[in-house]
Design a protein around this ligand. Structure first.
Ligand code: SF4
Length: 172
């Protein structure tokens, strides 16, 4: 049986949008009156420190990657990551660019991918539906994986970004 705490969390997901790529344009209709994400308890949070969900909406340059990692590490547990678009899965059309990191899941754990270039708002809502189901079942456990496999994530982060002491907040 799902506990009241879990049900409350599912019905009140506070979100930080990290708009990294062109796909961010589809998020505007999601949070405004056309699709009205707030109907489902999905609201935009003021800061990562009050957020449950991080949305990464496209390709990752090496510059934005370090901000994404810092944003993720500021969020309290339990926290979830939704990755939008082909670029977060395998680099998409930027897969061989010298300036991008091609797989988000190498650097922070991803709970849900919404495929497409760019996914429509309907697909984004479907992704959130899956995420809510996973939270209810206790399967949205990326935040635990980040702690358990931190050395692996850290190695990938250092490989992409160089000396971690210059930008890392602290070890988790
Ligand atoms: S998946 Fe498509 S829309 Fe999204 S950032 Fe990549 S190229 Fe842009």
């Amino acid at each position: 049986m799902t506990g009241i705490g879990t049900l409350s969390r599912v019905k009140s997901l506070w979100v930080t949008y990290y708009v990294t790529g062109c796909g961010g344009v589809e998020l505007l209709p999601v949070i405004t009156s056309r699709f009205d994400a707030e109907r489902f308890g999905i609201i935009v949070s003021a800061t990562p420190r009050q957020s449950d969900v991080l949305i990464v909406s496209g390709f990752l340059t090496t510059k934005t990657l370090r901000r994404i990692i810092r944003t993720y590490e500021q969020m309290p547990d339990p926290k979830y990551v939704v990755a939008l678009g082909a670029c977060t899965i395998n680099g998409g059309i930027y897969w061989d660019s010298y300036a991008t990191a091609d797989k988000l899941e190498f650097y922070i754990p991803v709970d849900i991918y919404v495929a497409g270039c760019m996914p429509r708002p309907e697909a984004i809502f479907m992704g959130f539906g899956h995420l809510m189901g996973m939270i209810k079942q206790g399967k949205a456990d990326g935040w635990k994986r980040y702690k358990e496999r931190y050395e692996w994530y850290k190695k990938n982060q250092d490989k992409a970004l160089g000396n971690s002491k210059k930008w890392r907040m602290r070890d988790v």
